[in-house]
Design a protein around this ligand. Structure first.
Ligand SMILES: [Zn+2]
Length: 535
């Protein structure tokens, strides 16, 4: 059997809102789902699977609100469901009724294509298994809907009993399904198998019907399998943003789309929207409240980050020699990572990135300072905020947001009562000397509260600055309590995030360094007060 030509164009079907939300730790509100759908439409995917109407009140509300609140330009909303129950009637089937009532123009229904699942999981005959698919597709077509058929466990079923698996597909196609989506539900297939099986199905059905793929990433081949499926002739690819999904996830659309578009010459989303990939991936990561893996291909923060001090000047001259695609094609950018290995040129680039011009002697001085501090335990790669402040200070900058006279932290343990921590801060802010006391659930929390109390009135922008993560690492455990402690604090003002660092033999001092850098950085980059709307 000859392999069909690689298609010129592939439909992108996003299932983040249905399959993606199966990921442990994700819980989306209806508002989150609506915002994600808007992002997907802005990105330009062809289909957005919104959920399973009737399965839970949240998905019902989503489809109800989507009808009036979502104004989709490029994407078509899809409701997901299953075939009718075994030995049931389509007219009285709740699942099918909910699908029709969801009010979308397209629906996607899943049906069993592995004989073993029909006899063992459904506990019915193969004939009834086929009839469930045929009747359901026919019923939904009769209601005027576009029907996509998700062929569950297709690859596993086809490997064992191809006749049955094809019989189910044929039934769906004959009754009017527009797209047959071959699912690797257990996610264990490998690319050469996917390419062969898709090729055989495409050859079997000819041009009568679209063939798609829906692949899970259990063998770490989700993206590779999608590309293999397209090489086999699939013209429809399902997946999720950032690869969210049950177990190890679904195939990752933020990797598949640029691979198809930039490397295989296959049309996916509109070409001029490819650069929206990185912002959309990050925005959706924020909506699902999971930090985006920095190493994620194309869209991760480290995807085009270069650390090699020696090569940096060459990277600047000839980026194409060191980067597999142009980062701006997917909305990302080249970044230079500064560490003790960094040469002067990396540092200069980093300074320019944040808008500081440094002369030769200052650069030398910073290189020496960095080497010394990294030797002491600082790690500036992970603390871009502190690095920027260090460069600014070296260039002669000094902040005048506040000046600390002294601080003190007391932790009390009284029998029968919880541990209490209290911080006292004496600080000069403007012309004033302020003394504040605050309680907290630990020293960092108490210090943070006391400082905010002291300077917050003078710096209202501070109310938008929040600490989001606090990490402590003891660097030389052999010294026991005399070891050096490294504290990293991540902060955000809702628009940007930054990291700051402190190192000391004393954990409170290390925390204080990271904390005060975090506050100074936040104030330095706060938008002018008048442009900041009050929430
Ligand atoms: Zn799935």
């Amino acid at each position: 059997m000859s392999t069909p030509d690689v298609p010129r164009s592939v439909e992108i079907f996003d299932t983040t809102l249905r399959d993606g939300s199966q990921l442990e730790g994700i819980s989306l509100t209806v508002d989150d789902k609506l915002r994600i759908a808007e992002q997907l439409d802005w990105l330009g995917v062809h289909y957005i699977e919104g959920g399973w109407p009737g399965a839970n009140p949240k998905d019902d509300e989503f489809f109800r609100r989507a009808a009036s609140e979502l104004d989709l330009d490029t994407s078509r909303l899809v409701a997901f469901g299953s075939t009718r129950r075994k030995l049931g009637k389509v007219d009285s089937d709740d699942t099918l009724r909910h699908l029709v009532e969801a009010g979308t123009r397209a629906v996607c229904i899943v049906g069993k294509c592995w004989d073993y699942h029909v006899t063992e999981a459904l506990e019915t005959t193969l004939e009834e298994g086929v009839a469930m698919v045929a009747d359901s597709v026919e019923h939904l077509r009769g209601a005027g809907l576009e029907v996509l058929f998700d062929a569950e466990h297709f690859f596993d079923g086809y490997k064992r009993n191809p006749e049955f698996s094809l019989r189910v597909l044929e039934a769906a196609s004959e009754r009017g399904a527009t797209t047959l989506v071959l699912c690797d539900t257990n996610g264990g297939s490998l690319p050469h198998e996917v390419e062969r099986v898709v090729g055989e199905v495409v050859a079997y059905f000819g041009a009568d019907v679209k063939v798609g793929v829906h692949l899970h990433d259990d063998a770490g081949c989700g993206v590779a399998n999608a590309l293999a499926g397209v090489r086999g002739g699939a013209t429809h690819v399902q997946g999720t943003i950032n690869g969210y999904g049950e177990r190890t996830g679904n195939c990752n659309l933020t990797t598949i789309i640029p691979n198809l578009a930039l490397k295989m010459g296959v049309h996916t989303i509109p070409e001029d929207r490819l650069e929206r990939l990185t912002p959309v991936a990050h925005h959706i990561a924020e909506l699902v409240n999971m930090p985006l893996n920095p190493q994620q291909p194309y869209v991760g923060a480290s995807a085009f980050a270069h650390k090699a001090g020696l090569h940096v000047s060459a990277i600047v001259r000839r980026p194409d020699a060191y980067e597999h695609v142009q980062p701006d094609a997917v909305g990302n950018g080249t970044r230079f990572v500064v560490s003790e290995l960094a040469g002067k040129s990396t540092l200069q680039l980093k300074a320019r990135e944040v808008g500081i011009e440094l002369d030769g002697p200052t650069l030398n001085e910073i290189v020496d300072t960095l080497k010394r501090l990294e030797h002491e335990g600082y790690h500036f790669e992970a603390a871009d905020g502190s690095l920027e402040l260090l460069m600014r200070r070296a260039a002669g900058w000094e902040h005048d947001y506040f000046r600390i006279e002294s601080f003190r932290v007391i932790t009390d343990e009284t029998e029968g009562r919880a541990l209490t921590t209290e911080a006292t801060i004496k600080v000069h802010v403007g012309q004033e000397r302020v003394v504040t006391v605050a309680e907290g659930n630990g020293p960092v929390n108490a210090l943070d509260k006391a400082l905010r109390l002291a300077i917050g009135r003078h710096h209202p922008a501070l109310e938008h600055v929040h600490l989001v993560d606090y990490k402590v690492r003891v660097l030389d455990t052999q010294k026991g309590t005399g070891a050096v402690t490294r504290v990293l604090i991540d902060s955000t003002d809702g628009e940007r995030t930054w990291s700051t660092i402190g190192v000391s033999e004393n954990i409170i001092e290390a925390s204080w360094q990271a904390l005060s850098d975090s506050i100074v950085f936040g104030l330095l980059h706060a938008p002018p007060a008048q442009s900041r709307a009050r929430e």
